[in-house]
Design a binder for this molecule. Structure first.
Ligand code: NAP
Ligand code: COA
Length: 266
């Protein structure tokens, strides 16, 4: 199956590290024009340098998805430089493990504002510039969206909202030929998310053991799915949440919390 994104315009919000940068790299390798954004100027500069090693010079802007005006401005600038958007990936997120009573109002709000409100800001600001028909929009979700995990009350609340944003927009924007989907990665190697959720070797080993395929996922696993989902081979797929997790969400995910209980001495 050949998948080609030669000269297509791809925007990855939160695309300066980890899983999202992996997705951006994969699209850049296939000849796409990349635009990335996140809070840190340095991370944006580093990602732009990395992504510009391929066919097109990448562009980037620093900004916080919690600030609607900033997000609007970022999309305006991207449009001036790269034109209408063929593929939009929205993956900015925050996470830390903590029991509900260990999370302040502001801690809960920080994660909901980045993950959920931020996703809405990105969707609303991108809409005028999405290719109609033809754009593929992907929100990066998580198994916490549909599995209640202890120590993740804020992330569960935020990511379940993200998947509903995906589904509602797939309905509202479908008539304009825009497809909207979520990818739900399982535990992914060498990422900030895994460093936070599996900070000890014991938790990492228990997590690996709890994945039916007996391995931790890679950034390439997620990038390949994003590429397929944005290609014409997926032209009838919209409004779905695709787990890319080796079967982890079928039941293994809860072992993560039993290990974390030891960490929090609960
Ligand atoms: P990561 O490297 O920390 O990626 C998060 C990205 O979002 C970074 O580029 C970060 O850059 C940006 N970001 C954070 N807060 C932001 C804000 N307020 N405004 C704008 N950008 C912001 O973590 P990751 O583990 O690869 O996670 C990437 C995505 O995959 C997330 O959506 C996460 O929920 C999801 N996921 C990860 C795993 C996993 O195993 N790692 C599993 C399931 C789902 P700045 O710091 O520069 O802002
Ligand atoms: N346990 C409990 N509360 C925590 C916490 C932890 N480990 N880490 C942060 N918080 C709380 C803070 O105490 C603060 O609440 P307070 O004002 O009542 O004290 C609140 O969260 C916000 O923290 P702050 O550092 O001011 O927020 P920020 O906006 O700068 O950062 C975070 C947002 C907390 C999500 C930060 O971890 C982040 O930027 N993460 C991005 C990277 C990431 O998480 N990657 C993995 C994605 S899966």
């Amino acid at each position: 199956m050949e998948i080609n994104f030669e000269d297509k315009s791809v925007v990855v919000i939160g695309g300066t590290s980890g899983i999202n940068l992996g997705i951006a790299e994969k699209f850049a390798q296939s000849g796409a024009k990349l635009a990335v954004a996140s809070r840190s100027e340095k991370k944006v500069d580093d990602a732009v340098n990395l992504l510009s090693k391929h066919k097109h010079n990448a562009i980037g802007h620093a900004g916080d998805v919690r600030d609607y005006k900033v997000v609007e401005e970022i999309f305006k600038k991207f449009n001036e430089q790269h034109g209408e958007i063929d593929v939009l990936i929205s993956g900015a997120a925050g996470n830390f493990p903590a029991p509900a009573m260990g999370i302040s109002s502001n801690g809960f709000k920080a994660v909901v504002d980045i993950d959920l409100l931020g996703t809405f800001h990105v969707m609303r600001s991108a809409y005028p510039y999405l290719k109609k028909p033809g754009a593929s929009v992907i929100n990066i979700s998580a198994p916490q969206a549909y599995i209640p995990l202890e120590f993740q009350i804020h992330v569960c609340a935020a990511k379940s909202g993200v998947d509903m944003v995906t589904k509602v927009l797939a309905m509202e924007w479908g008539k304009e030929g825009i497809r909207v989907n979520s990818i739900s990665p399982g535990p992914i190697l060498d990422t900030e998310g895994m460093k936070r959720l599996a900070p000890t070797e014991e938790i990492l080993n228990a997590t690996t053991e709890s994945v039916p395929l007996k391995r931790i996922g890679t950034k390439i696993d997620i990038a390949n799915t994003a590429m397929f989902l944005s290609s014409e081979h997926a032209s009838f797929i919209s409004g779905t949440v695709i787990p890319v997790d080796g079967g982890w969400s079928l039941g293994g995910a809860s072992s993560l919390t039993s290990e974390m209980k030891k960490l929090f001495q609960i």
